[in-house]
Design a protein around this ligand. Structure first.
Ligand code: NAD
Length: 288
């Protein structure tokens, strides 16, 4: 099967490589950076998708998705399926779905959780929105890039699940960082804090799998001077998507509002641009 992979970056690179290693004929296209070694590079967006029966997109946001879909619409193979794994707003996924369906093309929004490590190891979790039939068709292919895929509902449901997850990840990271900083002020050894919390009621992915304190827990971006990993800008984007969705639904999300405020300050004025999102611990530390 010919697969076009559009957006071969930190996540898309290893995902495309896993598909290639599983025997798919993968051609990659990026707007602004070279295609990673081992992936066949496409010359233009249009020529990359022209013969593909599956197009996977892994782009920064909903605007990029809408632009790419508009640009490739006339070149897509009849009956082709587009699977968007980017994190976007729900409305972008629904708009693109309608646009493609009007041309007898198929679409799933299938954002992922698991980060660059999950992308490399092929252990991502996919959360998909679209028809059950399209989900079943693409499931064996998603399984080559991930270990779990959940069909969440109609178009946009995958993105809804993703932003609901991300608002929790943003808040628990901030809370975990504040817990380490308070422990330090109280004279508590960070390793002891980890030993207790990682098996107590305060445990979370942020503490157990993505610990923001260097030298404690599994190896994380904190042990690599906070090089991303999952960039602070992307977490800010995701927390904003959740907050905006809350406004649109008339739902107050007070903790998410605080997460957006802190990540905005961190990214815009606190040295967070280009850093992993867990580096917010240094920003919170400096605030005292
Ligand atoms: P990235 O910036 O490394 O990769 C994005 C790629 O898209 C780049 O290679 C860029 O050249 C390409 N691109 C951008 N606009 C394009 C266009 N118009 N046409 C063609 N190519 C274009 O970002 P990433 O970290 O791989 O994240 C991609 C998506 O995955 C984002 O939506 C992000 O929120 C989501 N995500 C990231 C992680 C993570 O840990 N990095 C985890 C889960 C989800």
């Amino acid at each position: 099967m010919k697969v076009a992979f559009i957006g071969v970056g930190n996540m898309g690179g290893p995902m495309a490589r896993n598909l290639k290693d599983a025997g798919f004929d993968v051609c990659g296209y990026n707007r602004s950076r070279p295609i990673p070694h081992g992936i066949n590079p496409g010359k233009t967006l249009e020529s990359t998708v022209a013969n593909a029966s599956l197009v996977v997109t892994m782009l920064p946001d909903g605007d990029a998705l809408q632009n790419v879909v508009a640009d490739m619409l006339g070149s897509l193979h009849k009956g082709a399926m587009v699977v968007d794994c980017s994190t976007t707003d729900v409305a972008s996924a629904q708009t693109v779905s309608k646009l493609l369906q009007a041309r007898d093309l198929r679409f799933l929004d299938a954002p992922v959780s698991g980060g660059t490590t999950g992308a490399e190891k092929g252990t991502l979790t996919f959360m998909a929105g679209g028809s059950a039939e399209d989900f079943e068709t693409v499931l064996p292919i998603l399984k080559k890039m991930g270990s779990k895929a959940v069909h969440c509902g109609e178009a946009g449901a995958g993105q809804a699940a993703k932003i609901c997850n991300q608002m929790i990840a943003a808040a628990t990271m901030i809370s975990t960082c504040e817990s380490f900083l308070l422990a330090q002020s109280l004279g508590l050894d960070p390793q002891k804090l980890f030993d207790v919390v990682s098996t107590s009621s305060g445990y979370s992915w942020a503490m157990n799998d993505y610990c923001p304190w260097p030298g404690v827990g599994p190896e994380t971006p904190a042990d690599r001077d906070y090089a991303p990993g999952f960039a602070a800008e992307l977490m800010l984007k995701d927390a904003k998507l959740a907050l905006t969705a809350g406004w649109q639904q008339g739902r107050q999300l007070s903790i998410t509002e605080k997460s957006v405020e802190l990540f905005t300050d961190f990214v815009e004025d606190g040295g967070g641009a280009g850093r992993d999102f867990s580096a917010i611990i240094n920003f919170l530390k400096d605030r005292g």
